[in-house]
Write a protein that binds this ligand. Structure first.
Ligand code: GCW
Length: 645
């Protein structure tokens, strides 16, 4: 096998230098089979580059021992030999990349055996890639890194080397599954299930050497659209037979196919409601079709009324997923996985954890994160998301979900992710899915070491200064105190405080001259707080106990309301917006100190610099619009007398 290393693309966290420590030594791979072959090919390529020998005595020995469990491995060092013992061939591959991460440190002092096993069984990226360029959403829905690495303008890309390179990067971060197409499955993309299945098989072939299974988003109405049936009713025998037959053909072409992803009865996608059936009926039908082959269906819980009347204060979009799905707990088949967005709304920079995750103890769950920065700066802003994800994963039973899924931020851009520093989010997702307890700053160090090949302290300090707190900085200059949205409708970039206020989307802040926020209490509001178990049900209900950063998600309060921080809501808005925009400017200053040094490649420097200029501009726009809006509504001046336009 040849290692996929496209020359016109940035190497991200696997530059040749990352393999120097291994490549300059003597390594033995004692295992057979395809994934072991990948490890052997990696070792040989590194050796060819850095002059290590193929014969012993060995510095590094990789072998198998089932005791380490699926995907697991042990690493140890004794008497000058580093050993990696994979529980299975995939574990061997992950163990190999662990050695890559350690670099020279893998060959230093003795190490007691350390055992590593992934917390999540499935560590999965969802692509929102289209085959055809969608008139509104483009080639990749919510993609901020150019086109798709799979398709271009209606056709599969003829050269898929880059897909292989993607698989290699993902394996090095621990990811083992990829859904390749948009959950909004339009007419052309629906055909990937049938007459365009060859395209899926070709992508699967590129990802397979790195232990990654391919999944496919399917359209619930496929029996009608593709099969010529008159119904897609999940309880109809003809429909069930169609799915069984179709699924059998998928597995005939792709024996290790992962399964289906379904967005049903959501934002215009078809689903079981049309037939008076439940989402469990729909999910279980597909689960049954997949079960004989070991496949799974990821059934999304993102179901809400997107044609709400904004005048109607009783409908609450945050309630929708729980209202639809909690009553179905315990009725899903074993291979039907309910995929729940981490928050009850939609990937805002700050949301409480979705009560669906806390409630559905009798259902297999996948928690869905968004690596693509739809609401967090669209890869023009530095926003390192690992600190947010790690808070989410530390909450109650979230880390017990079997699957962690995220929407990918990758496109055909030379740097993969548009903003080169956004690569760190992709890397961190994989690492946190493997071990949710990892410290985000330590994960960032891993990424820095690999990407910049163990740079000096000064670059490391610069990147930490720019990235560690960047999510909180972003939160400061955008919508305040968990209220969310306030973005430009449609593309979702930049501020527009009332942009969604009188729309059917269910995303309101209810600001008036007296106060702001959404009353979701049981006492006087939508009752959403009642969807949480104790203590959260009472914590969020209580004005006194509700955490500041979520205050406006749960409560409508007067501008003079005093936060735990001691500040009033209105003063907090002013202070955080001045501070956030200032922090964005400081972030740029940190980077500018690298100009004319050889710390980073000049092209990469320029790309980041251009994005930072836009971030600073946009942060000032946010600051001024938010501050002006709330000053005009409330009439309360800034206690520190700063200029508000
Ligand atoms: O975040 C929203 C996006 C939609 C997306 C939807 C979803 C794929 O604005 O573009 O559609 O969520 O998650 O299904």
């Amino acid at each position: 096998m040849t290692i996929p290393e496209p020359t016109d693309v940035h190497a991200a966290w696997l530059p040749p230098e990352a393999f120097r420590a291994i490549g300059s030594r003597r390594t033995l791979v004692q295992a057979e089979g395809p994934l072991a072959g990948t490890v052997r090919a990696e070792v040989e390529q590194a050796r060819a580059r850095y002059g290590g020998a193929a014969e012993g005595p060995y510095d590094l020995v990789l072998s198998l021992d089932a005791a380490e469990g699926a995907d697991g491995y042990a690493i140890a060092r004794r008497d000058g030999v580093t050993t990696v013992t994979g529980g299975d061939p995939a574990g061997l591959l992950y163990g190999f990349f662990h050695v890559v991460r350690l670099g020279e440190a893998a060959f230093g002092a003795d190490r007691e055996p350390e055992h590593h096993r992934p917390a999540m069984r499935r560590r999965m990226l969802d692509h929102w890639d289209n085959i055809d360029v969608h008139p509104v959403m483009g080639q990749v829905e919510r993609g901020y890194a150019g086109g798709s690495i799979f398709w271009s303008d209606g056709a599969p890309r003829p050269d898929l080397t880059r897909v292989g390179a993607y698989g290699r990067l993902l394996a090095a971060s621990g990811v083992n599954a990829v859904a390749i197409n948009n959950v909004n499955v339009h007419a052309t993309e629906a055909r990937l299930l049938t007459d365009r299945l060859g395209e899926v098989a070709a992508i699967a072939a590129e990802l397979r050497p790195y232990g990654i299974r391919v999944h496919l988003s399917v359209n619930f109405a496929s029996p009608i659209a593709l099969g010529g049936l008159s119904t897609a009713d999940p309880l109809d025998e003809g429909v069930r037979a169609w799915w069984a037959r179709t699924t059998e053909q998928v597995y005939a072409a792709i024996p290790d196919f992962g399964g289906y992803v379904v967005k049903a009865d959501s934002e215009g996608q078809p689903g079981p409601f049309a037939y008076g059936r439940t989402h469990a009926d729909g999910a279980n039908m597909l689960a049954e079709a997949l079960a004989p082959f070991g496949g799974v269906v990821h059934w999304r819980a993102f179901v809400y009324n997107h044609r709400q009347d904004w005048r109607d204060r009783s409908t609450d979009r945050a309630r929708a997923a729980y209202d639809h799905f909690a009553p179905l707990d315990g009725t899903f088949l074993d291979n039907a996985i309910l995929q729940v967005k981490h928050g009850p709304m939609d990937f805002q920079p700050r949301e409480p954890v979705s009560p669906v995750i806390l409630a559905m103890r009798g259902t297999r769950l996948a928690v869905e994160l968004q690596v693509t920065q739809e609401y967090t700066g669209q890869q023009r802003h530095v926003c390192y998301l690992a600190p947010m994800w790690s808070e989410i994963l530390a909450f109650e039973n979230v880390a017990e979900a079997g699957d962690l899924v995220a929407v990918s931020n990758v496109g055909d851009d030379r740097y993969w992710t548009g903003h080169p520093l956004a690569q760190a989010n992709l890397y961190a997702f994989g690492r946190l899915a493997w071990d949710p307890g990892l410290d985000p700053a330590a994960v960032l160090d891993e990424w820095i070491d690999l990407t910049f090949a163990w740079p000096g302290e000064s670059l490391r300090r610069t990147l930490h200064a720019m990235m560690d707190g960047s999510w909180r900085t972003y939160e400061r200059y955008t919508a305040p105190l968990g209220v969310g949205f306030m973005v430009r409708p449609g593309h979702h970039y930049g501020p527009d405080v009332d942009g969604y206020e009188y729309t059917p989307w269910g995303t309101y802040h209810f600001a008036d001259r007296d106060g702001v926020g959404v009353d979701r209490t049981r006492a006087t509001g939508t009752g959403f707080t009642g969807q949480y178990p104790q203590p959260w049900s009472d914590v969020y209900e209580s004005l006194e106990r509700c955490p500041d950063e979520l205050l406006l998600f749960f409560h409508h309060v007067p501008y003079g309301h005093v936060l735990h921080s001691g500040s009033t809501v209105i003063q907090h808005i002013y202070d955080t917006h001045f501070a956030g925009a200032e922090e964005a400017a400081e972030t740029r200053l940190h980077w500018e100190k690298l100009a004319d040094t050889d710390a980073v490649d000049p092209d990469l420097y320029a790309r980041v610099k251009e994005r930072l200029d836009e971030q600073v501009r946009c942060a000032e726009e946010w600051r001024d619009q938010i501050n002006a809006y709330f000053f005009r509504k409330s009439g309360v001046p800034d206690a520190r007398g700063r200029h508000i336009p």
